[in-house]
Structures are given as C-alpha cells and as structure tokens.
Design a protein around this ligand. Sequence first.
Ligand SMILES: Nc1ncnc2c1ncn2[C@@H]1O[C@H](COP(=O)(O)OP(=O)(O)O)[C@@H](O)[C@H]1O
Ligand SMILES: [Mg+2]
Length: 255
Amino acid sequence: MLNPSNKESQNRVVILNPKGGSGKSTLVTNIAACYAHRGEAPAIMDYDPQGSSMAWLERRSETLPSIHGIAAYKKSINATRSWQLRVPSGTLNLVVDSPAGLSHDDLRELTRDASGILVPVTPSSMDIHATARCIADLLLVAKVNRNERKLAVVANRTRKHTKSFSRLMRFLDSLGIPIIAVLRDTQNFVRSAEKGIGIHEMPPSRVRPDIEQLERVVDWLDGWQERRSRALELQRRKNAPPRPAMLGKSQFRSA
Ligand SMILES: Nc1ncnc2c1ncn2[C@@H]1O[C@H](COP(=O)(O)OP(=O)(O)O)[C@@H](O)[C@H]1O
Ligand SMILES: [Mg+2]
C-alpha cells in the first residue's frame, strides 16, 4: 500500500478512527502544514474516497509552504499501484489520512510501517465506543507493539468532564496509551479548513490555545526516532541470553 522507499528515515504518521467526523482530516492537514512551515518536505497520502485532505490541498494558496498530495483512494488503470503511491524522494514526513471504515487487512497494511499512529476522538459515547474498539483492533489485529509507544489519542472537540470521556481516559490509562493533546471545539478549525490553511496560519491572537495543542501533537510525533531506538533496545535486552552472573544468582536462589 505505501511506497517502500525511505522507510527507515521517513516519519510516517497515520491518522485513523472508524468514525467519520472525528477529526482525522483536520489533524492530517494541520500536522502537514506545521511540517511545511518547518521546511520539512511533507506529503499527505489520502486513502479516504471523500478526499477531504486533497480538497484542502487544492484550496491551499501556492504562496504558502508547499505540501505534496497523493490521492491514494483513486485507482488508475493506466499506472501501477506503486507508481500511483510514489512519495517524492526527499520527503521527510508522510501524513496519511484514512477512510471511516477500515477492514482488518487495510488496518494492518496502513499501520505496518507507521512511526506514529494518532486516533482523534470526539466526546460522544458512540465515538468513544468506536475508538475503544479501534484501539483494541490496533493492538490485537494490527499487532501494534505497545513497547514502541507509537500509538496515541488526540481528544477532539472535547468537553473533558463527561462520564464517557473519563471512562475513555481510564481505558487508555490501563493500556498505557497517552492522550497527547486536547483540541477545543472552535470554528477556527472549520475556517482554516475552508481556506486550505493550517491553524497556525491564522491570525495568532485568535488561535493561540489551538496552536499550543497542535504543537503538543507535533512535539510528540517528533520523538519517533527516540521511541523506536528505545523499543529496539528493549527488544534486544529481552532477546539477549541471560548473563552468566545472573544465571549463577538465580541458580543459587532456587537451590
Ligand atoms: N476541534 C474542532 N472544532 C470545530 N470543528 C471541528 C474540529 N475538528 C474538526 N472539526 C470540523 O468537523 C468536521 C469533520 O472533521 P474532519 O476532520 O473532516 O473529520 P474526519 O476526517 O474524521 O471525517 C469538519 O468540518 C471540521 O472542520
Ligand atoms: Mg476525513
């Protein structure tokens, strides 16, 4: 599904949630706009046939830092799939938008090489229910390794003090999955989407709290290489044969 080039050095962020309207495209476009402003050659790969992220890119002015778009939901009979999905060389950050309903196969395929997986969730109990199931699928079906700490939730349009939200917090807490940011319900996201801009491309005085939360998301994503090396180190230690000294100790204890 994804272009196999640059897998080791490329930051691949996948945004998913089985519910439409949870804020996937909003996160995708805002994260990509942040990377573009940092001059980090981002691309958006849009798997959702609704094409919201691609439509946002079309509205984006050419005078703004550019973002490459790949309409992965389109299937062409004149080109191979890998040609259609090719990511320009030099792309440092690939941000993947996904459709509302994903089959288990798609979920596995989409998340396989991800360096970060974000699940935006709105506070309706239906959405929270779907999110809990989505996270269970990510862990059990897509076999996302929790040690890699690449899975996080972004609470969107949130009223924090609802019962269902507290239940979600407890559920995520029990799994060690962090809620890395809380986006408030504001027309700023709607207006910026209409203009093909990111929230931080709006007049700063109106969007300060929103930028703060978005920066939390990007800061967390920026830690992907460190998280990956930590997970590899953990795995290496787990697989390493016990050291002779430790063997001796445990033998002594069990004697
Ligand atoms: N925090 C927010 N506050 C207000 N409106 C939002 C917020 N997040 C998303 N929206 C709006 O909600 C709608 C659905 O969001 P979208 O990102 O397209 O969801 P999805 O991609 O999951 O279907 C869009 O019109 C978007 O502008
Ligand atoms: Mg969308």
